[in-house]
Ligand binder design. Structure first.
Ligand code: NAD
Length: 254
């Protein structure tokens, strides 16, 4: 797929990796609809892209809300005329151990709401987005097209992240499944599993925990969002790539 012909929808575009992907797409001449719950962040993104060859439009989106997702996809197609790339990037952390024995001897359990919120945003969100995106493209007879799911190196399991790791492992499974199901309609579906990446998401991780994680990365540093974009560019441009997840992790699996 030629980058400059892309018309892309990027979720979680107001910050971090999604913001970088939206800006790089626009720098290459692609038009982008960025969806996010953070409207201030989207406004800043629109302003920052004002002089780029491609245009970025920010639209409110909560990926976990089925009716909002449907309306967002309808509006995105109206605004762009069509779309051929969906980047499922929006994601959250709500870390906690399954059970913790506190000093006083009582057990603290991971609250069900904390489990569910991460699954709703990180796993059900991409499902809702991909379903509406694929249905619209198939109805409109548009191909070729591409879905990229942003997963995580922690999909193989990480203490304190049963909700997050499960959501990302499930997302990788959806990537492989949709690649099989949607190939006959001209879709490619792929994933990127970043390792620790320098974004505002890390404000939820203590400096001590970050230092501990960096000490386990063979390259001894975090990724920059631009390095995740490089994997995205490869996936967009390589028309034979589908059904796989690229790990960009400095050599580390937590
Ligand atoms: N930063 C890392 O170390 C790292 C590592 C591996 C994977 N990832 C993944 O990369 C993706 C991007 O993360 P990031 O580090 O850029 O995080 P970030 O917190 O900087 O950005 C995430 C964006 O998603 C948005 N968002 C949150 N909930 C949403 C919802 N319900 N609907 C729509 N938008 C919503 C946020 O407002 C934010 O703008 C996530 O899926 C994350 O799991 C990040």
């Amino acid at each position: 797929m030629n980058l400059k012909d892309a018309k892309a929808i990027v979720t979680g575009a107001a910050s971090g990796i999604g913001r970088c992907i939206a800006l790089e797409l626009a720098r290459a001449g692609a038009h982008v609809i960025g969806g996010d719950i953070d409207m201030d962040g989207l406004k800043e993104l629109e302003n920052e892209s004002a002089d780029l060859p491609g245009k970025i439009y920010g639209e409110h989106l909560d990926v976990s809300n089925e009716s909002l997702v449907k309306t967002f996809i309808e509006q995105a197609f109206q605004k762009l005329g069509s779309a051929n790339i969906l980047v499922n990037n929006a994601g959250i952390l709500r870390d906690g151990l399954l059970v913790t024995r506190e000093d006083e001897g009582w057990l603290r359990k991971l609250p069900t709401a904390q489990w569910k919120r991460v699954i709703d945003v990180n796993l059900t969100g991409p499902f809702l987005m991909a379903r509406e995106f694929a249905a619209t493209l198939i109805e409109m007879n548009i191909s070729p097209s591409l879905i990229v799911n942003i997963s995580s190196v922690t999909s193989s399991g990480n203490p304190g992240q049963s909700n997050y790791s499960a959501s990302k492992a499930g997302l990788d499974a959806q990537t492989r499944t949709w690649a099989l199901e949607l190939a006959p309609y001209g879709f490619r579906v792929a994933g990127i599993a970043p390792g620790l990446t320098h974004t505002p998401m890390l404000s939820h991780v203590s400096p001590e925990a970050q230092a501990e994680m960096i000490s386990k990365i063979p390259l001894r540093r975090m990724a920059q969002p631009y390095e995740i974009w490089l994997a995205m560019r490869f996936i967009i441009e390589c028309d034979y790539f589908t059904g796989s997840v690229i790990e960009v992790n400095g050599g580390a699996r937590f």
